[in-house]
Design a protein around this ligand. Structure first.
Ligand SMILES: C[S@@+](CC[C@H](N)C(=O)[O-])C[C@H]1O[C@@H](n2cnc3c(N)ncnc32)[C@H](O)[C@@H]1O
Length: 485
């Protein structure tokens, strides 16, 4: 059952963000240098079986995992009860004995996934384990040794089989970090906006980026700073920038239905203070990502960001569409009038090109860039992923948003500094750039997307406000007045 120096563990996972599970575990293992032998990585089932060298390694892995609920030392498994028991009976004594001694209290718990078992059924299953050499006394509240018999009845609530597909017996070792989802929930966050990243995904992003204590992490599209919060929780010093002064100063319209006005206490720094992380907050700057003013040296350990897709926030950069005036000799005239920068559309291609270029220049070697890439699912191809000669693709995990659209969490890591004279250019193709256009194509809109449009552009009580209209197969956002309604 176990190889020489490795022990086998069962990780019971959350039944969500399934594609993110293995990359998250791989990143944490790399972060702590934990050697792992993968035994079973089912595509859909909510568990992973792997081997690690020590319980210490298992604890380290779980100290960061958002997607694993519980970790067990695996004592047996089988497709049938008979197979499970024969498996347990063949266990080497040195695995079980130390945990079943006189001095240690114990308990056995029966759990079933996708089926509710009666108490009498559970008791029968516990009794079926009576051949194990239990010596200590039972403690149902706080036992030293907790054995879990887990029965797996598949994922479909309408197709529950009579007998389980798989049964496991494991000794509970440690829980993952799922309690952070509630602790850092946006529901209780001091300052949020319409595109704040939810706590679970923010932590997953920090894990993909291998954020560790003392590192420097930056978010170039920082918004309300939700990504900074998770990176700071992982011990990093955090900073970022955003083009929107009002967002950075918490002067935008409140997004909570119950709130009429922003309160004085709302800010990115107060978000960090809320969790006792203010000492990790460096600052935020109002800056256009298209015109960065940082010195060109590598000093960032990780870049974690959610760039604007142009759906719920505008994608703009500083610039003007007006041609610069030139005099008769053809040289551009300097004007002494004060210049107020106007904003022009920041195409998705440029957003990603600038981001990748920044990463190539400013990341330390081995540093990671983790960002979301919006895609229209039927147009998606790997060639759409922005690339750079100094950055290598590590992970590419899809989060489905609607029937037609998704976003992909892309992780690149820096292999070398750009050579002298080498121009860092990201290869962003046109299809990505057309995301917004396609997202709003009425013919592609689902019921959910229409509902989203309604919530994004609600009509106010007086019959005025922004609404949307479907015309010629396209969605048009329009100003509503009594006459248009
Ligand atoms: C998806 S939101 C990020 C939300 C953020 N993760 C949060 O938790 O609030 C994208 C952000 O990019 C900003 N942005 C758009 N264009 C920009 C530009 N040219 N330079 C810098 N930031 C920009 C927007 O103001 C917006 O806050």
């Amino acid at each position: 059952m176990c190889s020489q120096t490795f022990r086998r563990y069962l990780l019971w996972c959350a039944n969500e963000h399934i594609e993110f599970r293995i990359p998250e575990l791989m990143s944490i293992a790399q972060m702590f240098n934990i050697p792992i032998k993968w035994i079973d990585k089912p595509k859909e089932d909510p568990y992973v079986i792997l081997e690690m060298q020590s319980e210490d390694d298992a604890r380290k892995l779980m100290s960061r995992s958002m997607l694993v609920r519980s970790c067990y030392e695996l004592w047996g498994q089988g497709d049938t009860e008979a197979e499970l028991h024969s498996n347990i009976k063949s266990l080497p004594e040195n695995l079980t004995k130390p945990h079943l001694v006189h001095e240690k209290t114990f308990m056995v718990r029966v759990e079933s996934f996708n089926k509710t078992l009666r108490l009498s059924e559970k008791l029968k299953k516990i009794e079926s384990l009576s051949y194990l050499p239990f010596k200590g006394s039972v403690n149902l509240k706080n036992a030293d040794t907790c054995l879990h018999l887990i029965e797996y009845y598949g994922l479909h609530p309408n197709l529950i089989p009579e007998a389980p597909y798989r049964i496991f017996l494991g000794r509970w070792v440690v829980e993952g970090q799922r309690e952070l989802i509630d602790k850092y929930s946006l529901k209780r966050r001091t300052y949020i906006g319409s595109t704040s990243m939810d706590a679970q995904l923010s932590f997953i992003m920090a894990n993909y980026a291998k954020v560790q204590p003392g590192e420097v992490v930056v978010d170039p599209f920082v918004g309300t700073g939700s990504i900074l919060v998770s990176a700071a929780h992982c011990g990093a010093y955090v900073w970022g920038w955003d083009i929107d002064y009002l967002t950075l100063h918490a002067r935008t319209k409140p997004t909570r239905h119950s709130q009429k006005q922003r309160t004085a206490g709302e800010s990115i720094s107060s978000n960090l203070k809320q969790y006792g992380l203010e000492h990790r907050y460096m600052d935020v700057v109002v800056m256009d990502n298209a015109r960065p003013f940082w010195r060109g040296i590598p000093y960032v350990d990780a870049i974690i960001t959610d760039p604007p897709y142009g759906i719920r926030e505008s994608t703009e950069r500083v610039g003007t569409l007006r041609e610069p005036k030139s005099n008769e000799e053809g040289t551009i005239q300097q004007t002494s009038a004060p210049h107020f920068p106007s904003k022009i559309t920041y195409s998705l291609s440029d957003v990603f090109r600038d981001l990748i270029n920044f990463a190539a220049t400013h990341l330390v070697i081995g540093g990671r860039l983790v960002f979301w890439l919006p895609v229209i699912r039927e147009d998606y191809h790997e060639s759409l992923i922005p690339s750079h000669p100094c950055l290598e693709l590590l992970f590419n995990s899809e989060q489905v948003l609607t029937v037609h659209s998704s976003r992909r969490l892309i992780t690149l890591y820096k292999t070398r500094h750009p050579q002298k004279g080498e121009t860092a250019i990201a290869q962003v193709t046109d299809l990505t750039a057309k995301f917004r256009e396609k997202f709003f194509q009425a013919s592609l809109m689902t019921k959910e997307e229409r509902a989203f449009m309604k919530s994004r552009f609600p009509r106010d009580k007086r019959g005025q406000g922004l609404g949307y209209r479907l015309t010629e197969g396209k969605v048009k956002v329009i100003k509503m007045d009594a006459a248009t309604m």
